[in-house]
Design a protein around this ligand. Sequence first.
Ligand code: UT7
Length: 332
Amino acid sequence: MTTPRALRPVGILGTGHYVPEKVLSNFDLEKLVDTSDEWIFARTGMRERRIAAPEEATSDLCIQAGRRALENAGVDPEEIGLIIVATVTPDHLVPATACIVQNELGCTNAGAFDLEAACSGFVTNLSVAQGMIANGTIDKALIIGGECMSRILDYEDRASCILFGDGAGAAVIGADAPRGRVIESFLGADGSGGHTMRVHAGGSRRPVDQDALAERMNYLRIKGNEVFKFAVSTFRTLMEKQMRDHDFGPDDLGLVVPHQVNYRIIESALKKLEVPEEKIFINLEKYGNTSGASVGIALDEAIREGRVVEGKFLSLIAFGAGLTWSSALLRW
Ligand code: UT7
């Protein structure tokens, strides 16, 4: 599925992110499961991740990130026509987390809904909102990826609990933005791979009951090896498609902001692409994998650190449970 040709140019007006204060280091995890700092860092590149306080929910992280993005954009809350929150860890099953954010931020003229595309969430948000702005349905959107992954992790399962962290990333996008113009976005899915990452109980197929809790079915289970292969090949395919479709090579690329999944996955994907490592933005050492928030947090940090190169391409690449994948190519 390719986004239709834009009727109005759409770009990024401002970005923001928020991560909770509490740090969970690899050494902290050593006390919870049979693992080591050495193993985690060697296999993933992660050193620590952030964990929401007991009283914090996903909307609280999204509100902070959203407020920072609005400030950075110089846009008033009333100017926002749409809020989309990408999350697999909503505050409640009903209502949408985006509605809580809409109310708290005072976005009184915005529609609001949640979007579930797992780790592809932030870039999928960008694609959806871009289409609605381009066709004139709305002028400005606040897109947010926010997760409290710690609430669905089993801290007795070393295969999954070491990988993820909490946080939120946000962007205000709008028509005729002076920079960060979206040239193309692309979405894909393969539901046959749904078994590789799943929370088995808590939905309509298997509501949470005593048996489900006893079997710890309310936590995320992953088949890391299978995801690893999918992630490497999807990363490569998405980047090759962007370069082919828009006829450019590594020299024209200013920066790639990928889903912060695992340093080894990113490194393996890069080998065949001939994109130098300095053109890849990586912050997973500090935050782990924050699922739908990961590209949003990384994008905001990359912009604030001056890593996005004016006049060059900025590539956003994401993939995750579903299976889903999404990419966006921007000109900065
Ligand atoms: O955004 C999408 C979500 N992300 C993912 O699904 C993650 C994608 N996959 C990965 O990042 C990697 O596959 C992992 C980091 C999860 C695992 O790395 P790996 O190199 O694929 O390791 P492995 O699963 O092949 O396991 C190697 C060994 C196994 O022991 P044996 O069977 O060789 O004795 C595991 O039991 O490492 C063991 N192991 C651990 N050891 C220490 C697995 N997890 C841990 C751990 N600490 N946390």
